[in-house]
Design a protein around this ligand. Structure first.
Ligand SMILES: C[S@@+](CC[C@H](N)C(=O)[O-])C[C@H]1O[C@@H](n2cnc3c(N)ncnc32)[C@H](O)[C@@H]1O
Length: 297
């Protein structure tokens, strides 16, 4: 995220990520080991996390332009600085409210890192709350939301950027069912196809993260992974994350050879990628890493 601003065809600038990176550098953080350990899905498609964030940020901007008092609920926000990117360090969307939920240890880690990087910032970030709460604990987070809605009617946009993948499928169904009860709620969520259990990490990598994946989908590109809520869905759209990664890789490569080398490496994880040339059609070769935008009735 910190590097994105320097790339050709840059998608955004993440000021907080840049600060976090420089403070980790001063603490001699081992970036090489970190990168090796995170190789897998994103290792072979290096801008997967930035593309996912870019799409999500833009959808939130669209939502808040239409609903200035909207409530953004982030499932498993981790260390991500979405609030600071979208609100431009607290200067925009000041009528919105943000609620980020994550596990206790991550919220503590986030607090210690953010306290440090924000200490010289003068912005007012009072409309952001970070709470310790498992997304699987539906009664707990729905109570927090209901408390907010009791005093102020706010349309809600939920985000799941790779958190629900780590939750048991039965719980995921309960979570989506609850989300669908908030009138007109939007949700942007991330799906991984079951086939990644075979290919994640490529030829020479065990890819530790996959042992923690619990919710993976069978649906092909265009199919609805929330069929059980079909009658409550007003609108649904799908975005192929790898399509944008492919585009960026093509535009950022210095030569045809560099691009082809990447494509060959990426095909270890995304075998269907070889079917794409200049024109990329996600429905022809489904690469299995998609974002879904759903609006409920
Ligand atoms: C792959 S990270 C993604 C973080 C962030 N959304 C992003 O895009 O950078 C998954 C996040 O989900 C969180 N998570 C995993 N299980 C969770 C749970 N039961 N409740 C809340 N958060 C959870 C993790 O702590 C982590 O921050």
């Amino acid at each position: 995220m910190a590097e994105e601003k320097k790339q050709k065809f840059s998608l955004f600038e993440d000021k907080i990520a840049i600060k976090i990176k420089s403070s980790l550098e001063s603490a001699n953080f081992d970036f090489k080991t970190y990168r090796n350990n995170s190789m897998g899905l994103s290792g072979k498609a290096p801008w997967l996390v930035t593309v996912r964030a870019w799409y999500c940020d833009n959808l939130i901007r669209t939502f808040l332009a239409q609903n200035p008092n909207g409530l953004i609920v982030e499932f498993g926000g981790g260390m991500d600085a979405r609030y600071f990117r979208v609100t431009e360090m607290g200067q925009k969307f000041d009528n919105s409210r943000w609620l980020m939920l994550d596990l206790d240890g991550i919220v503590d880690l986030r607090k210690s890192v953010y306290d440090e990087v924000l200490k010289n910032e003068s912005g007012n970030f009072g409309n952001l709350e970070v709470k310790k709460c498992s997304v699987a604990d539906v009664p707990k987070w729905s109570k927090i939301i209901d408390e907010i809605l009791k005093t102020e009617k706010r349309p809600i946009l939920f985000t799941d950027m790779a958190c629900l993948t780590y939750i048991e499928p039965d719980s995921v169904n309960t979570i989506f069912s609850k989300v669908s009860t908030y009138p007109g709620a939007w949700i942007l969520f991330n799906t991984l196809h079951k086939s990644f259990l075979e290919t994640a990490g490529g030829n020479n990598d065990e890819h530790a993260a996959k042992s923690n994946w619990k919710w993976l989908v069978d649906e092909k590109y265009g199919e609805n992974p929330l069929k059980y809520l079909d009658d409550k869905i007003k609108f649904r759209n799908e975005f192929c994350v790898l399509e944008k990664c492919y585009e960026l890789r093509k535009l950022r490569s210095e030569s045809v050879g560099e691009f082809e080398e990447w494509k060959s490496a990426a095909s270890e994880v995304y075998p269907e990628i070889v079917k794409h040339g200049q024109y990329f059609d996600p429905s022809v070769a489904d690469l299995g890493y998609n974002l879904h935008w759903v609006i409920f009735e």
